[in-house]
Design a protein around this ligand. Sequence first.
Ligand SMILES: [Zn+2]
Length: 270
Amino acid sequence: MLVDSHAHLNFKAYSDDLPAVIDRCHQVPMKVINVGAAIASSNTAIDIAASHQDMYAALGLHPIHVYDEEFRSSDYQRLIDDNPDKVVAMGETGFDYWHLQESLDKGAKSIAEIKEKQEKLFRAHIDLATKNNLVLIIHGRNGRDEASAYQDIYNVLKDTGISRGVIHCYGGNLAEAKAFVDLGFHLGFTGIVTFDKTGVLEEIIKWIPINRMLIETDAPYLSPEPYRGRRNEPAYVRYVAQKIASIRGMNEEEVIEITGDNAIKLFKLK
Ligand SMILES: [Zn+2]
């Protein structure tokens, strides 16, 4: 079954026509995990999941929002307790070194302070994921100066011993990909695969054990070809499967079934 393992129908981009977008998901049919980036969008993800059988929620405070609000573990724990069948993951969480300037503009004293705060936040998500036996959805984005978020993510994961999760919208190199898979993690691939010219993703997609691969949209962002530049939506995850199939010499349906099974097993989707 087609599964979009990472979308944000809980974001404002869908406030005008959410029922129509969800309707198109039902028509496919498919399952969708909507991922929180703050307490409000985590709550919205739960609301959507509560009223739709094939929708699930992940809860988290995105590293780019570390200066926007406090992460209170008890608030997130309450949401998990109240929605045991619908909360399937913690995240997205991790390190984002691309948007450091925004955090400096919000009052951060130094890059070191931002990284420290992001790490503390990341570890708080890992604690909740571990305690509640939830999947960890990890966000990584390298800095403009090539500072590797993935290296720092790896170090924290290795240190905590957690092994159940996905590095979403994977953007590291092949060596890092191998290290994450060795730890037990899945890697998520978005519409970027349909227009990436670097060849790095293609190399990783050719290499990765098929049972560790997930597909996702990260909607409303990162629309695949032929929708590039427009608002993305979960139903377009099919184009990610199509591209991966052509890279691996498989057929599209096979990729949809296998990556769907991977997501259903990893997140225990009912
Ligand atoms: Zn996302």
